[in-house]
Design a protein around this ligand. Structure first.
Ligand SMILES: Cc1cc2nc3c(=O)[nH]c(=O)nc-3n(C[C@H](O)[C@H](O)[C@H](O)COP(=O)(O)OP(=O)(O)OC[C@H]3O[C@@H](n4cnc5c(N)ncnc54)[C@H](O)[C@@H]3O)c2cc1C
Length: 291
């Protein structure tokens, strides 16, 4: 398997910022993945996985690690009765499509989450009252320590959180779905996507939610809107005028621009609401948010 150098991660993330990976590989099987992890371990390099890069901010100076993006068998999808088996690199869109064609419901909530199966597990991604813990039966997790299938309880899935370490790779997943008429699935998906378009900047370059919703009912988006942040810009990064918990790359943004906006947002939320917002977006490389 080819190990590349100098691969820009900006083009592998939805925000489109950040530097290169020290090394980069596209494993197509568990054997490939184990080989890549072995290669990195021998050189003292860490391992990071990028899915669709839809919740990642990469340091402008790059990432001193082997970054893997799963392909081939590790991005394939098959339906077996009420089980959907997917590679960790399979996109949610393809999984949803295959489930719908097989008359299986349960994944509709993920229709507007532009990620992969592995990214969904790592983040316990969710929307509209459901999340990965509701559909996941087990995930095959591979790292330098070995590999094994883990259940949602073993993965510790909670609100936008799992116990997975950054170097652990979700190579495969199994979802349990349930029979549902195709027309109902289509109608639900159309309605959820329309709701999304009405409230979020779906046609802009963003990395999804910047901060997790804090406890207490007032969401991070509304809180930041009340702090007057909508439209606030630093460099090429702008707090979305449509939803204040999104940062848009308005052209030429750097990751440092995004980080500076995040610091300003945290400062205002602390000053005005006494709340320490916790970032949902995952940092790759040496990025830090302290103010
Ligand atoms: C427009 C937009 C809307 C969004 N809406 C939602 C939403 O409604 N709900 C929600 O929860 N999220 C949302 N997100 C955020 C994002 O889509 C989810 O967190 C998604 O699950 C990330 O998947 P990914 O494959 O893109 O992961 P990435 O963004 O590539 O990575 C995110 C994290 O997962 C890890 N990861 C990725 N793949 C693997 C793997 N195979 N094994 C182990 N770790 C892995 C990465 O290392 C990183 O730590 C949105 C993002 C955008 C841009």
């Amino acid at each position: 398997m080819e190990i590349e150098t100098g691969v820009s991660l900006a083009r592998l993330t939805t925000i489109g910022t950040g530097g290169s990976a020290a090394a980069f590989a596209r494993p197509e099987s568990v054997a490939d993945l184990e080989e890549a992890i072995g290669w990195a371990t021998e050189r003292g390099l860490g391992v990071r996985t990028v899915g669709l890069g839809s919740n990642v901010l990469v340091a402008d100076e790059g990432v001193e690690a082997l970054v893997v993006r799963l392909a081939g068998d590790l991005a394939a999808v098959e339906v077996d009765g009420e089980l959907l088996r997917a590679g960790g690199g399979a996109t949610n869109a393809v999984c949803l499509h295959r489930a719908r064609d097989a008359g299986l419901g349960g994944l509709e909530f993920a229709c507007a989450i532009p990620g992969t199966a592995g990214g969904g597990v790592r983040m316990n991604a969710g929307a509209y009252g459901s999340d990965w813990s509701a559909i996941l039966v087990r995930a095959l997790v591979v790292s330098a320590d070995g590999s094994g299938w883990l259940t949602p309880a073993e993965l510790g899935l909670e609100y936008r959180h799992s116990l997975l370490r950054p170097d652990q790779v979700v190579a495969k997943v199994e979802y349990r779905l349930s029979p549902r008429p195709v027309d109902e699935i289509k109608a639900d998906v159309a309605e959820l996507i329309a709701r999304r378009k009405a409230t979020q900047p779906t046609n802009k370059r963003t990395f999804g939610s910047v901060f997790k919703n804090p406890p207490g009912g007032l969401g991070a988006g509304r809180m930041l809107e009340l702090c007057g942040l909508k439209g606030h810009a630093i460099g090429g990064a702008v707090v979305s005028p449509r939803h204040a918990n999104f940062i848009e790359n308005a052209g030429g943004a750097t990751s440092e621009d995004c980080l500076a906006l995040m610091r300003e947002a945290r400062r205002r939320a602390r000053d005005e609401f006494g709340v320490d917002l916790e970032h949902e977006v995952v940092f790759f490389g040496s990025l830090a948010l302290e103010i």
